[in-house]
Write a protein that binds this ligand. Structure first.
Ligand code: AMP
Ligand code: TRP
Length: 326
């Protein structure tokens, strides 16, 4: 069975785009592949942050991942900093990746241009990501398009390491979901729904209450021609509502469009479908919030499972690169 690894940063709130674009695929994949999912808190340290807020976001995200349906008995779900092999593996990656390769990373250029403080780790971030991936003998890495370059780097590092030091790492590949799975901002339907603060009215958070969801969907930008039709170029707002409704109810957007002639009922049904999709997730989330010991235990087991794999791969890499056994 192919092994799948993916990571998600504990920054900002999880929104409907993350859920429909990534997390529902993770939930499905856990039954089809041997899946490892990681809350990458070490990656979140690369930018200025508040210590208490990071701790809270990490536990919130872990809880949410369980609430959306990642089953800790089926997949491996853990927090990156609980498994020290990641930080140690990152050093071997930094020694194998070249400075030139790192300098070509588009995400570093974008993030560092905007930042007042640029940590060294923001630059070497892809080496840590490569360690995440390679330490699990990963075959496939499901990620958004923006992460493809980082996965390619992990692949190049694996090939170089294997070439110099003998067969050590499985060579991974990125699996990018089709663009159709993209959820757009309700206020600016030509941009992706995102977690940036200025998108609040256009972003549905997975933990939004039903009244907030209904209000955001009812205020969603449409257009003035009044016709319900799935046509992303000509009617981005209406098409986004149709694809959200379709994703929530297991149809295609074209099928969903046939049931409507007016925007009012389309919005009402879309709001209701989102509320119903999120209801059981929110309920499970709040149950886990009321039982903090359960989450501690889930994450401790996840870390132990993750470490069983990563420690043996790391040992193999340390031996092959020339470090003396203890
Ligand atoms: P981000 O929060 O942007 O780092 O994204 C985390 C994951 O959610 C990635 O796999 C993205 O591809 C996915 N994702 C983020 N925003 C959207 C969106 N608006 N529609 C679909 N998928 C998204
Ligand atoms: N860098 C990824 C992001 O920002 C998160 C991540 C860290 C990751 N390690 C990973 C994704 C390993 C896939 C595999 O989205």
């Amino acid at each position: 069975m192919a092994r799948v690894f993916s990571g998600i940063q504990p920054t900002g709130d999880v929104h409907l785009g993350n859920l429909l674009g990534a997390l529902v695929h993770w939930v499905r994949a856990q039954h089809e592949h041997e899946s490892v999912y990681c809350v990458v808190d070490l990656h979140a340290l690369t930018v200025p942050h508040d210590a208490e807020e990071l701790r809270r976001s990490t536990s919130r995200l872990a809880r949410l991942l369980v609430a959306v349906g990642l089953d800790p008995d089926v997949c491996t779900l853990f927090v990156q900093s609980h498994v020290h092999e990641h930080a140690e593996g990152a050093w071997l990656m930094e020694c194998t990746a070249s400075y030139g390769e790192m300098k070509r990373m588009v995400q570093f250029k974008e993030k560092s241009e905007k930042a007042d403080f640029v940590s060294t780790a923001l630059f070497t971030y892809p080496a840590l990501q490569a360690a995440d991936i390679l330490l699990y003998d990963t075959d496939e890495v499901p990620v958004g398009e923006d992460q493809r370059q980082h996965v390619e780097l992990a692949r190049d590092v694996a090939l170089r390491f294997n070439h110099h030091y003998g067969d050590t790492f499985v060579v991974p590949r990125a699996v990018v979901p089709p663009a159709g799975a993209r959820v757009m901002d309700l206020q600016q339907p030509t941009s992706k729904m995102s977690k940036s603060a200025d998108a609040a009215a256009g972003t549905i958070l997975v933990l939004d209450d039903p009244a907030a969801i209904t209000r955001k969907v009812k205020r969603a930008v449409t257009d003035t021609d009044g016709e319900v039709r799935y046509d992303v170029a000509a009617k981005p707002g209406v098409s986004n509502l149709l694809s959200i409704l379709a994703a929530c109810t297991g149809r295609t957007p074209e099928e969903a469009a046939r049931d409507y002639t007016q925007y009012g009922p389309l919005k009402a049904d879309t709001a209701e479908a989102v509320v119903e999709l999120l209801r059981p997730i929110q309920q499970r989330y709040h149950e886990l919030e009321d039982d903090p010991d359960a989450m501690v235990e889930i994450l401790a087991k996840g870390a132990a499972k993750a470490q069983a794999v990563s420690s043996s791969v790391l040992d193999r890499a340390k031996r092959n690169i020339g470090l003396l056994a203890r």
